[in-house]
Ligand binder design. Structure first.
Ligand SMILES: Cc1cc2nc3c(=O)[nH]c(=O)nc-3n(C[C@H](O)[C@H](O)[C@H](O)COP(=O)(O)OP(=O)(O)OC[C@H]3O[C@@H](n4cnc5c(N)ncnc54)[C@H](O)[C@@H]3O)c2cc1C
Ligand code: FES
Length: 337
């Protein structure tokens, strides 16, 4: 059965099948809505159903509360239509003309800057390039398993190799393979670019970047892109990790300071050998301590879901950050098959 979907305020319309999620149908018809995990966990795709009924689908309870459902909200990556729909949501025009491709690539180089972080350089076939926006991610396609998402850590201007920063997950099938079995010259397949985490270049607001762990990867891509195109907005980068070794590209982040980007590393569990004299505690708390008012800022947050969630909640409720000035990719686990 086919229904009609109307988007507000853009006025765009598209057909949607009863078995399609709102996000799938929108993308199929050339309209990109904000999204990240596509699994009902991160909340990036939350929007309002102004009229019509939806099947809310399967999602994490804390991501969409009963009160939000009563207020008409739904997660567009999970919700399917039960009638014609009118939806209120932002569209993300910057990515709509970028083709999403499935491509092979070769593992060109593997480097391990920290015990549980692997940096992969991936080479595309000769004469192939991947068009993407700094901050987007790709899905590594695996035989008989759900795809695994990883952010591109390189900026588009430096695209000879695609760079991924992969954290070893205890019990994680793919990351275990990367650390234990993968070799240089192995072949992978991926789909991308995906997601709507990228620098909003039409804004003049100062920027705060918040990364936890390998959440550094897309922030690195965005900062390198911003420096390349000469963005003049004030930028402050907070990088949180447990101990010093987890700040696996500390020298790079420190180098950006000479280009005017303020850098605040924050450790939550520094060990004695770290001899850490810097900031301690949770990385989002460091932002709260430094900024009493975020109403005129933009925040780009990436990494552990708990950090991204806390940043969104506390920045919007305690520091006046507008919801639409918060951009994030929460590094959720791949959905179970
Ligand atoms: C948009 C996006 C971008 C991301 N970018 C990055 C990035 O740049 N770098 C990065 O390091 N990570 C990133 N991630 C996170 C990464 O995709 C996940 O950590 C991924 O699931 C790791 O794959 P894996 O196969 O190693 O672990 P998985 O096999 O997916 O396992 C993850 C966890 O679930 C548990 N688990 C798995 N199956 C079961 C089961 N049947 N029952 C119980 N428990 C189970 C495992 O023990 C493990 O703890 C990103 C995620 C998203 C959504
Ligand atoms: S909850 Fe829908 S994209 Fe993450």
């Amino acid at each position: 059965m086919t229904f009609q979907t109307h988007l507000q305020p853009s006025g765009h319309s598209f057909p949607i099948e009863a078995n399609e999620t709102i996000l799938e149908a929108a993308i199929k018809h050339g309209y990109t809505l904000p999204y990240s995990c596509r699994d009902g966990v991160c909340g990036t795709c939350k929007g309002k159903v102004v009229s019509g009924q939806v099947d809310y689908g399967k999602y994490q309870d804390s991501t969409l509360t009963e009160a939000e459902k009563t207020a008409g909200m739904a997660l567009f990556c999970c919700a399917k239509p039960l009638s014609d729909l009118t939806l209120e949501c932002r569209e993300v025009n910057a990515v709509k003309d970028i083709p999403i491709k499935i491509m092979p690539c070769r593992v060109h180089k593997m480097e391990r800057p920290a015990p549980d972080v692997m940096v992969l350089s991936l080479k595309l076939p000769t004469n192939e390039r991947l068009q993407f926006l700094a901050g987007q991610y790709i899905d590594i396609l695996l035989k008989d398993q759900q795809p695994r998402s990883f952010s591109l850590a390189n900026a588009p201007h430096s695209d000879e190799f695609l760079e991924l920063h992969i954290r070893n997950i205890s019990g994680g099938a793919f990351t275990h393979h990367v650390f234990e079995q993968m070799k240089e010259r192995d072949i992978l397949r991926f789909k991308g670019p995906l997601g709507t985490f990228f620098l909003r270049e039409d804004s003049a607001k100062p920027i705060i970047f918040v990364a936890s762990g390998t959440g550094f990867a897309p922030i690195k891509a965005i900062i390198e892109h911003a420096l390349f195109i000469g963005v003049k907005r004030p930028m402050h980068f907070y990088w949180g990790a447990r101990k010093l070794a987890d700040l696996y590209m500390l020298d790079k982040a420190k180098l950006w300071e000479s280009s005017g980007i303020k850098f605040t590393p924050v450790l939550s569990d520094a060990i004695a050998e770290d001899n850490w004299q810097g900031r301690t505690g949770f990385v989002h708390q460091a932002v709260l301590d430094d900024y009493r008012d975020l109403s005129e800022q933009e925040v780009y947050a990436c990494g552990a879901p708990i950090v991204v969630e806390a940043a969104h909640r506390d920045f919007t409720t305690q520091r006046g950050l507008p919801n639409e000035a918060f951009f994030s990719d929460a590094f959720t686990y791949a959905p179970k098959k």
